[in-house]
Design a protein around this ligand. Structure first.
Ligand SMILES: Cc1ncc(COP(=O)(O)O)c(C=O)c1O
Length: 384
């Protein structure tokens, strides 16, 4: 059959491959980014309540008002601005949908979109399926900060948008106020649109705070802020997220959303709306995850791997280039098969697969599981 693929480069993702390998090898899975612990019984009970009470038919296309309002209140509390719930907040089926709908709303064939690498894997297919052209800009070694001069040098008359992600997957880099201001001046000079992936907005360490791009007056006008309740409340399987954008952008965004999924699971929306009334549920997350990150770093420090502490997200990178030049894909595979701990090789986050001998570990796991994984990683020298 002569089927011409629209995504010829895309095969099975490394996340699927490594999770399958972890299962086959009975390895601890620190590869895929999902929590290895249960979610709050209070939230689960709310879902049961709303399904029992009959909230089981289609929700309004842009989301139920209660959840849009709760999210606007959360945004006021954490970011100091109040998006209009009815015209600027849309509830979607996961941040993945928010990202796809945002790209589809603004990218026309031939438009260039700046992608900072290493990058989460859903951006590039969403750009190319819309006929756009990704323009890659590497983040700087060793901390994965943004080289703003380099970004500026890549802007052409065809540049339509930039996609950014803080806290960053895979590096854990968290944007500073200088980063936000640099992007704001770039946007006011060039009129770019911004797609801001903020799914790890509540996971930050060492007293850092998350600066949503929506909180900057210049950026607010041109940015789609994409978030994920799945990541925030340890329920990644629910696939429920949101997009906050000014009315003109939200109108176009919703045109796409209504034909992608139309609406998102009704009882989950009501449950999350009620759950969000207690701000502690998200304000306590930095402390909750800091314990896990610190435990992970303590164990990692006893290995020959090198690392800089993650600033945010639930990922920690570690390098072994000083010990071996073996490929990161090979080391990740050997670690899974021989040490029984699965991780992700960071080369897969680059379009050209560049390999800096870096591995990504997800530490959103139970403490005893992390301790056992660290015990196994102590033998990492045997792989080099
Ligand atoms: C940076 C980043 N963006 C978006 C997503 C997808 O979020 P969701 O599960 O809500 O679609 C992920 C999930 O791993 C992610 O790491």
């Amino acid at each position: 059959m002569s089927l011409i693929s629209k995504l010829p480069q895309v095969g099975t993702t490394i996340f699927t491959t490594m999770s399958r390998m972890a299962q086959e090898e009975n390895a601890i899975n620190l590869a895929q980014g999902f929590p290895g612990f249960g979610s709050d019984p209070v939230l689960l009970e709310l879902v049961a309540k709303y399904t029992r009470e009959g909230f089981n038919q289609y929700a309004p296309m842009s989301g139920v008002s209660e959840l849009k309002q709760a999210l606007a209140i959360k945004t006021q509390l954490t970011q100091g601005y109040y998006p209009d719930p009815e015209s600027e907040v849309t509830i979607v089926s996961g941040a993945t949908e928010a990202l796809f709908a945002a790209f589809t709303a603004i990218v026309h064939p031939g438009d260039e979109v700046i992608v900072l690498e290493p990058a989460y894997d859903s951006y590039v297919p969403a750009i190319t399926l819309n006929g756009g052209v990704p323009v890659f800009v590497p983040l700087q070694s060793p901390d994965f900060s943004v080289d703003w001069e380099l970004v500026g040098s890549k802007i052409t008359s065809k540049t339509r948008a930039i996609v950014v992600n803080s806290p960053h997957n895979p590096s854990g880099y968290v944007w500073t106020i200088e980063d936000v201001n640099q992007l704001a001046s770039l946007v006011s000079e060039t009129g770019l649109f911004v797609i801001s992936d903020e799914v790890y907005e509540h996971i930050l360490f060492d007293g850092r705070t998350h600066i949503s791009l929506g909180s900057n007056a210049i950026l607010q006008e041109r940015t789609f802020v994409c978030g994920s309740f799945g990541k925030t409340f340890h329920v990644t399987g629910w696939k429920i997220g949101y997009c906050i954008a000014p009315k003109v952008l939200s109108t176009e965004f919703r045109k796409v959303h209504q034909y992608l999924t139309f609406s998102t699971v009704t009882p989950l929306q009501y449950a999350l709306a009620e759950y969000l009334e207690d701000a502690e549920k998200y304000l306590e997350l930095p402390a909750f995850y800091q314990k896990k990150r610190d435990l992970f770093l303590k164990g990692l420090a006893l290995t020959p791997l090198q690392f800089k502490p993650s600033q945010g997200s639930f990922f920690q990178l570690a390098t072994y280039g000083h010990l071996s030049k073996k490929s990161d894909v090979l080391i990740a595979e050997q670690m899974t098969r021989q040490l029984k701990v699965a991780c992700i090789p960071v080369s897969v986050f680059y379009s050209n697969g560049q390999d800096h001998q870096v591995l990504r570990f997800c530490f959103a796991k139970k403490e005893e599981e992390l301790e056992e994984a660290l015990h196994r990683i102590q033998k990492v020298a045997s792989l080099f």
